[in-house]
Design a protein around this ligand. Structure first.
Ligand code: AMP
Length: 439
């Protein structure tokens, strides 16, 4: 299959070529023809599968070939995303894919001044990427009208619901033209999302390119049991001992992010942090610096977990496990993208055993445990497995000399984990061809 055989027009093919994409990914192969044909879509796509191009390419084509010119304060296609970072990222993808097309695209989100956004919308934009809250603000202030909207995309729809945007989504729906195309994308499909889909989609084509809620098979995952109070010490130890390169670290709370940043900084590690309390410009700068490899460690709360695409990120560390098991899939999806291999290490303390069990049930695998010599916990983490069982009496850990333990570690770092997932046959892979060029 080629991009040309999917029926894409020449300016889009040229843009794809400059990015170095050779073959459509599985989600693209299915989504592009369906969206071009005007169908509604409900797509469950793993993180890093290329789903953005799956909707962006056909959408840009339809906007180019169909419909009237955009009126002032109007928009022809609307893409809703849960976070500001994702809004910027998705908009950047639209810019890249649409670089040879005469379309106006723009992104609006909260945390920054609304006035420049109102000014920009005056002329009208063909495609608008937006977070739901700011979009409604703009709508209520008459800065934007929805009567020209022909396509609505919900990206990371489950995350939008998790973040409490259900009410905003309902208000946006109420204001949109009834006759429109709706595309719903989500990495995980909870029951509430299926319900939402049932209410908003019209005879949708269902696409599921990966088993539900299974983490990317390209990510090797393991757990290191440790006492809660020694987590940051263990992280620093591993960073140095394993000579880790760039690492994205997830912490549960904003305070946790700040605390780890401070500790690492004091030890001379180049580190930055992002969480919801920081101003948008600071968050974006931290992300940009990390992407540009100006900082080695980026510490984040789950605000950064979804959708962010960081080239060649080799390692994700969970300093704390996420409260919501689905977030684990999203966090580790930041690595092992576009066919590359990645690693995800979780530092787990006894308090987190239920969270660990929930993750193992969701991802249908028992995560391998690797003790780190000198960091074996006093409060042992009870055994868990993919059935959700937590064994009350943990087995005594084998006493291993540091040499044996090191051997196990080396092996565990290089040998891929054997997930006890029944089928990973449908997990997509890319033929990326030559390394894609960044603009
Ligand atoms: P996404 O899942 O949309 O965030 O995309 C993940 C990464 O895959 C991004 O860096 C894209 O630029 C890249 N990508 C998307 N489609 C392709 C493709 N067909 N071939 C190679 N890389 C791709």
């Amino acid at each position: 299959m080629t991009f040309a055989s999917l029926g894409l027009i020449e300016p889009l093919l040229r843009a794809i070529d400059t990015l170095g994409y050779e073959t459509p990914s599985p989600v693209q192969g299915q989504a592009i023809p369906a969206v071009l044909a005007g169908r509604d879509l409900m797509a469950a796509a793993q993180t890093g599968t290329g789903k953005t191009a799956g909707f962006a390419l056909p959408l840009l084509q339809r906007l180019t070939l169909e419909g009237a010119q955009v009126a002032s304060n109007s928009v022809r296609a609307l893409v809703l995303v849960p976070t500001r970072e994702l809004a910027e990222q998705v908009h950047e993808s639209f810019r890249q894919y649409g670089q040879f097309l005469p379309l106006r695209t723009y992104a609006v989100y909260g945390g920054v001044s609304i006035n420049p956004q109102m000014m920009k919308l005056r002329k009208g934009v063909d495609l608008l990427v937006a977070t739901p809250g700011r979009l409604l603000d703009l709508f209520r202030q008459n800065a934007i009208k929805f009567n020209q909207v022909q396509t609505l995309v919900l990206d990371e729809a489950d995350r939008m619901l998790d973040l409490g945007f259900a009410e905003e989504l309902r208000s946006v729906y109420a204001a949109l033209p009834k006759k429109r195309q709706t595309l719903l994308f989500s990495a995980t499909f909870s029951e509430s999302i299926r319900l939402l889909a049932g209410q908003t989609l019209n005879d949708p084509l269902s696409i599921e390119v990966s088993p539900r809620n299974v983490a990317a098979s390209s990510v090797e995952q393991w757990v290191i049991p440790v006492d809660k109070k020694r987590k940051s010490e263990l992280f620093l130890h591993l960073l140095r001992e394993r000579k880790w390169g760039q690492v994205l670290v997830f912490a549960k709370t904003r305070k946790g992010v700040d605390a780890l940043c401070e500790e690492l900084e004091a030890e001379g590690v180049s580190v930055d942090g992002i969480h919801g309390d920081k101003p948008q410009a600071t968050r974006q700068r931290a992300l940009d610096r990390f992407k540009a490899r100006e900082v080695q460690v980026l510490v984040a709360t789950d605000v950064a977990a979804r959708g962010l695409d960081i080239d060649d990120l080799p390692l994700v560390v969970n300093l704390d496990l996420p409260i919501v098991a689905e977030d684990y899939v999203h966090r580790i999806g930041r690595t092992g993208r576009a066919g590359a291999k990645g690693k995800a290490v979780s530092l787990v303390c006894a308090d987190e055993v239920q969270l660990l069990a929930a993750i193992e049930v969701l991802t249908r695998q028992t995560l391998r445990r690797v003790d780190e010599p000198d960091f074996e916990p006093d409060h042992r983490v009870p055994q868990t497995d993919a059935s959700g069982q937590v064994l009350k009496k943990p087995k005594k850990p084998k006493t291993t000399g540091s040499k044996a333990a090191l051997g196990r570690w080396v092996e565990s770092e290089s040998a891929p984990a054997k997930p006890q997932v029944k089928s990973v046959r449908n997990v997509p892979s890319f033929n990326t061809g030559p390394k894609k060029k960044k603009p």
